[in-house]
Design a protein around this ligand. Structure first.
Ligand code: NAI
Ligand code: MG
Length: 334
């Protein structure tokens, strides 16, 4: 049995996590689910957006499935997402984006975004002075090496052909320049079998919309990866289609790339696909690869049969879509 820590969180988080858990239960009985609090809902109950008990459980479990949290505007509150990424040393954020539905007027996309997940602008280190605010943005050789190495390993293991390093070293010559030089060094040694490409972040955003076939695996810094994975998700149909895995040497947390979507929370219309696919990524990570493939196939077959979610103009809400996926999995098993 594998122990899975489940963190539903805020907004649509609990709605999409419920779907993903139902799908996981339909495909395997190898998982044991243990629920914990995170986000504004946790703050309301226990006075912290990231209770110590939640971090303890995350450390004890074999992996975790997380929904989303609503951010607080209080300067005093550290983001619970940044906290678990830091405390569990989840240095790689893996975000595969591909079409599950062919949408009129949109190109096909099959891009894997590998985002540095521990430093850059995501340290919440901001200092006021009398004229404004200075924000610390840190890029280290060690973190750059470890994420580029992760991208190379991933590409070799998954038969990917090229890695594109996305950066802004024409302006941020020292920091992004360091990231690019690490990329060049490691691609010349450990990634020789792969094509090494480079693209500035602004034109990369345009190409992810207009010609995403130019990208295979992308490796990039924290902020660029955050933004570009949403751009790529838009090309694939929206944030409801973009799963994500936070990976470290020991721990892992899987989640949709989207947030708590307060504009649609409580309406039962959220697309659970991103979270269901995050569940499949978790199964791959736990070496339950057949089960992961079965989930992806069931999602694809649900869309192929015309059962579309509301975010892409279909009629299925969260539960209706999930029921179709679960039914396919149960049919496959019988
Ligand atoms: P968001 O990702 O929650 O939503 C952006 C847009 O995409 C909204 O119009 C939403 O309705 C739509 N959308 C997102 N997920 C969807 C789904 N599964 N199905 C259909 N439509 C979907 O980003 P937003 O609105 O900028 O942020 C809302 C809150 O979430 C903020 O408090 C933000 O800080 C937080 N957030 C949390 C994250 C996390 O917990 N990992 C990540 C991103 C944002
Ligand atoms: Mg984001």
């Amino acid at each position: 049995m594998k122990r899975i820590c489940v963190l539903p969180g805020d907004g649509i988080g609990p709605e999409v996590v419920e779907s993903a858990v139902a799908v996981l239960k339909a495909v395997t009985d190898e998982l044991e689910f243990e629920y914990a609090e995170i986000g504004q809902s946790a703050f309301g109950k226990v006075g912290s957006t990231m209770p110590d008990e939640t971090l303890d459980l995350l450390r004890k479990c074999d992996s975790a499935l997380f929904g989303a949290v609503t951010s607080s505007d209080s300067m005093a509150d550290a983001s619970p997402v940044l906290r678990f990424r830091k405390e569990l040393d989840l240095f790689a954020n893996l975000r595969p984006v591909k079409n599950y539905v062919k949408l009129a007027g949109r190109p096909s996309i099959d891009v894997v975004m590998v985002r540095e997940n521990t430093e850059g602008l995501y340290t919440q280190n901001e200092q006021y002075d009398d004229k404004g605010v200075t924000t610390l943005r840190r890029v280290t050789r060690a973190a750059s090496e470890r994420i580029v190495r992760f991208a190379i390993d991933y590409s070799l293991k998954n038969a990917r052909k090229s890695i594109c390093c996305v950066h802004k070293s024409n302006v941020l010559r020292a920091s992004d320049g360091l990231f690019v030089s690490v990329f060049r060094e490691l691609m010349a040694s450990e990634g020789r079998e792969l094509e090494a490409r480079e693209q500035l972040v602004d034109s990369a955003a345009m190409k992810l919309v207009n010609s995403p076939h130019e990208f295979d695996v992308v490796v990039t810094l924290n902020l660029y990866g955050d933004i570009l994975s949403d751009v790529a998700a838009g090309t694939a149909g929206g944030l409801g289609f973009a799963p994500s895995g936070n990976l470290g040497k020991v721990h892992s947390v899987f989640e949709p790339a989207h947030g708590s979507a307060l504009d649609i929370a409580g309406k039962a219309v959220a697309n659970p696909t991103a979270t269901i696919l995050a569940g499949a990524m978790m199964l791959d990570h736990l070496k339950l690869r057949n089960e992961a493939a079965m989930i992806r196939q069931a999602v694809k077959s649900t869309y192929d049969s015309g059962h579309l979610t509301m975010d892409i103009g279909g009629r299925h809400g969260t539960k209706g879509f999930t029921e179709h996926v679960v039914r396919r999995l149960k049919r496959g098993a019988s």
